[in-house]
Design a protein around this ligand. Structure first.
Ligand code: EPZ
Length: 416
């Protein structure tokens, strides 16, 4: 397994071009199952989860061609409506084929995603919604067996706002008979991106990005060309890279409007942040202690919690970070402690007492955003940090070491 070697101490300076959003590309790729026409997607990030998902889609029946700046995907017909455990265990987001498969071909056999490093990750709300739309669902030997002649519009209330749950049911409803109303939906920008793509294919979706989404079912969907939105979590990760190294980065092809809570947080933590519509400049400064509590969008994103914790490890005071979304999203704490961070866990709260410096050490990545926080700590730690199991990092960041090297980081990948 590859490792990443980082020698800390260089303030990062220069320009970084942000890639397409992983968490918009995945549902949009799943949504191509809903139409027999060709979809032309641009700004698709080249990273592990997307590569895995495209390979799964080919097994289901997609014809995929990748040209220089775009991917063409066409699913003329569903050849295989299964997503086996071998696929799902490597990527939980495979659950996103469930709604489209039932809507397109009336059945789906998708392995139940197990938990993962950050929590149990249940999907009952996905299944409850599909049942309300008329799907017959049976779980046997860890496989979800779903059948429906034609899904029917329904009124569905989510007890908890779920991002992929909202996406799964929104996709299923596009081809259902009648109108579906989704209440207490997640409001993430990636859901708006998915709805924009589907509406360009002829779907009738209103209210994406709010807590109430209305979908009028249509008989079929056409094809379109679509550019995936920029990745707001990659943007946030590079913002913290500038803050933690007291550097000066200009982030291009990003969408600051998707990151208002993080921008405010980093300004309060001492960084100077200058935003325009599609660029953001961040200049690091003295790191002030701030508290944070992860919430559903537009609150502070759980996917930025580990990265902020790396920054607060070097603050001038004490901060408390509370994780309210996932019950086990503190795997990075033990590794940051190995680098000298002073962090105490009290249930969902992490109490971080800032130290003057971190020291490089061998550490182990455990999940995608935890691995990002270890990279950030390594960029500023004294000496060398060796991060193992960086396949976690490669799942969600496109060419991260090249982008970091370009702005002055001393980082290299060591092939195992
Ligand atoms: C999406 O995961 C993202 N993944 C995650 O990003 C992100 O952390 C998460 O949303 C929260 O923003 C993708 O979009 C592919 P949820 P998802 O369903 O949809 C509970 C990353 O790093 N819940 O919104 O799986 C659940 O336990 C990844 O890129 C139920 O209780 O998350 C959690 O507490 C990590 N029952 C809360 O909802 C259900 O049926 C939010 O989870 C479904 C969810």
């Amino acid at each position: 397994m590859d490792k990443m070697l980082i020698t800390g101490g260089t303030p990062l300076k220069g320009e970084v071009s942000i890639s397409g959003a992983k968490n918009a590309a995945l549902p949009i790729i799943a949504a191509t199952l809903l139409s027999a026409e060709t979809q032309r997607l641009t700004n698709v990030p080249v990273l592990g989860d997307v590569t895995t998902f495209l390979r799964l889609l080919e097994k289901i029946g997609a014809k995929i061609t990748k040209e220089d700046d775009h991917s063409s995907i066409q699913v003329k017909q569903i050849e295989n409506c299964e997503a086996p455990y071998s696929w799902v265990k490597t990527m939980r987001a495979t659950i996103l084929v469930l709604g489209p498969l039932i809507a397109r071909c009336g059945e789906a056999h998708v392995s139940l995603p197990g938990g993962c490093a950050i929590g149990a990750r249940p999907i009952q709300l996905h299944l409850d919604g599909l049942k309300k739309m008329g799907a017959e669902i049976e779980i046997k030997h860890g496989i979800i067996h779903a059948k429906a002649n034609r899904l029917k519009g329904a009124e569905i209330y989510f007890e908890v706002p779920t991002v992929t749950g909202t996406e799964n049911l929104m996709m299923a409803a596009t081809l259902a008979e009648g109108t579906t109303i989704l209440e207490n939906t997640a409001c993430e920008p990636e859901i708006i991106d998915l709805a924009n793509f589907l509406n360009l294919c002829g779907a009738q979706i209103m209210g994406a990005g709010t807590e109430r989404i209305i979908i009028n079912g249509v008989p079929s969907l056409g094809g379109t060309s679509y550019e995936i939105m920029p990745d707001r979590i990659e943007t946030g990760t590079f913002m913290v890279a500038a803050a933690i190294t007291k550097g000066d980065l200009l982030l291009k092809k990003c969408r600051p409007a998707h990151l208002l809570s993080l921008i405010e947080k980093l300004r309060a933590a001492g960084s100077n942040v200058i935003v325009e519509k599609e660029t953001l400049r961040i200049i690091g400064n003295t790191i002030k202690a701030v508290n944070a509590k992860t919430l559903a969008y537009p609150g502070f994103p759980t996917d930025m919690q580990a990265q902020l914790m790396a920054l607060m490890s070097l603050s001038n005071g004490q901060s408390i970070i509370t994780e309210t979304i996932f019950e086990a999203r503190f795997n990075h704490v033990a590794e940051l402690r190995r680098m000298g961070a002073q962090i105490r866990l009290e249930g969902r709260h992490a109490v971080i007492k800032g130290v003057t410096s971190l020291s490089g050490a061998p550490v182990m990545a455990s999940d995608l955003r935890a691995s990002a926080s270890l990279v950030l700590a390594g960029l500023v730690a004294k000496g060398e940090t060796e991060i193992s199991r960086i396949y976690h990092l490669d799942r969600g960041y496109e060419a991260i070491e090249e982008k970091l090297m370009k702005v002055g980081a001393s980082i290299k990948r060591v092939k195992a």
